[in-house]
Design a protein. Sequence first.
Length: 76
Amino acid sequence: MNVLLELIPVIQVILSILLIGGVLLQQRGVGLGGAFGGGMEESSFGKRRGAELFIFRGTMVIAILLVLSAIITLLA
């Protein structure tokens, strides 16, 4: 049990980095392409499909795991 409690901060750091990456991958219309009118076709559709849906759901799962690990840290 002590080994798991020692690993929780490392797990939280990894989860937080993955969460940041997932959020940054979801940005639409940002960057150089958005400045010149690129990405207009993406904004006309309201549904997430394919890889975008996978990244969105993965980000939600990572966020939930990060919150659960924080709760475990508080309870320990």
